[in-house]
Design a protein. Structure first.
Length: 321
């Protein structure tokens, strides 16, 4: 049965009818740029458009949605709560659209479809671990082509679900959208600058950290919730001086002597040669990590090979730590 363009458009939910034509995708791109950069001028520079064109598209977006998203005050745009709520959906739509565009480009260019492997990992793993792993895999498989994507665990899951990545490294939990290859449970450890007084201890307790400045992940992250619970059950209130959103960034601050941090031991290998030392914790937070794949999506032999090598390597490193 054949459906016309208009019949298909009419069958879509209202929200999807809105994004059906290309101009509305441009409007969403403008909206997310303004929310990210804070002004129409910065968005115009980022997108290569005139400021007046950006303002027109934003006004049209508000008219199409029937919502006022910003307060105009003295030449500035102040985001209303409605804009903050819409941003989550807008980012999700743009990620899907961009993923589809990349997928189409891969098909058009014939990018070694059986040999291209797209891996999504946290920024910290991408710094040192992935280059070493990929060097080894490329030596063993000369025809392989890699695309390494980075982001938060939520972003990694989104990339795998939207087929932007073939596999991803993230925390393991029940989710029907994914298939999991679980890596052995690993422990959190305390990371400190070399020569720090805590390095004289063989193991560290929560009470040892009570008076020490801490650099921790942001309160929204699941890892931070585990750390907060660790201190709570020991009756200790940590002295959090700096919050960041990446283990790699936390360790950069630690290396500068701005505090100590608690990180997943499986990431230790990505932190070497940075002026850092570490010690195990007494009764530490435990983490379950693994590789994820989109449920029901067939995997190429090359993806299977990469996943097998990566899982075995990470498993060995979790034991070493």
């Amino acid at each position: 049965m054949h459906f016309s363009h208009y019949a298909m458009q009419d069958a879509l939910p209202v929200a999807w009818r809105f994004i059906w034509n290309a101009m509305n995708i441009k409007q969403l791109e403008v909206f997310t740029a303004i929310m990210s950069l804070g002004s129409t001028k910065a968005a115009a520079e980022s997108l290569g458009q005139s400021q007046s064109a950006i303002s027109r598209m934003l006004a049209q977006l508000e008219a199409d949605l029937g919502l006022e998203l910003f307060i105009r005050s003295k030449g500035r745009l102040l985001a209303k709560p409605e804009a903050e709520e819409l941003l989550i959906s807008a980012v999700d739509i743009m990620e899907r659209v961009n993923g589809m565009a990349r997928h189409a480009e891969e098909i058009r260019l014939g990018r070694f479809r059986n040999q291209l492997v797209k891996v999504a990992v946290p920024y910290t793993l991408a710094l040192n671990y992935m280059p070493r792993l990929i060097e080894r895999l490329m030596a063993e498989n000369p025809g392989i082509v890699f695309e390494v994507l980075t982001g938060s665990y939520v972003s990694i899951e989104s990339k795998v679900e939207n087929r932007e990545a073939d596999l991803g490294f993230t925390r393991v939990y029940e989710n029907p959208h994914f298939e999991f290859d679980k890596i052995d449970q690993c422990e959190a450890v305390c990371v400190m600058p070399k020569g720090h007084p805590l390095s004289e201890l063989k193991v560290i307790t929560a009470k040892d950290l009570a008076a020490v400045s801490m650099v921790l992940l942001g309160r929204q992250s699941s890892a931070r919730k585990d750390i907060d619970f660790y201190f709570h059950r020991q009756g200790v209130k940590p002295k959090v001086k700096i919050e960041v959103h990446s283990v790699g960034v936390a360790c950069q601050f630690v290396a500068k002597g701005l505090g100590v941090s608690i990180v997943n031991s499986i990431l230790l290998d990505s932190l070497e040669d940075n002026g850092l030392d570490w010690r195990p914790l007494v009764e530490p937070p435990l983490y379950s990590y693994g590789l994820i794949y989109k449920a029901g999506r067939p995997r190429s032999k090359m993806v299977e090979r990469v996943a097998h090598t990566m899982k075995a390597d990470l498993q060995a490193r979790s034991h070493k730590a």
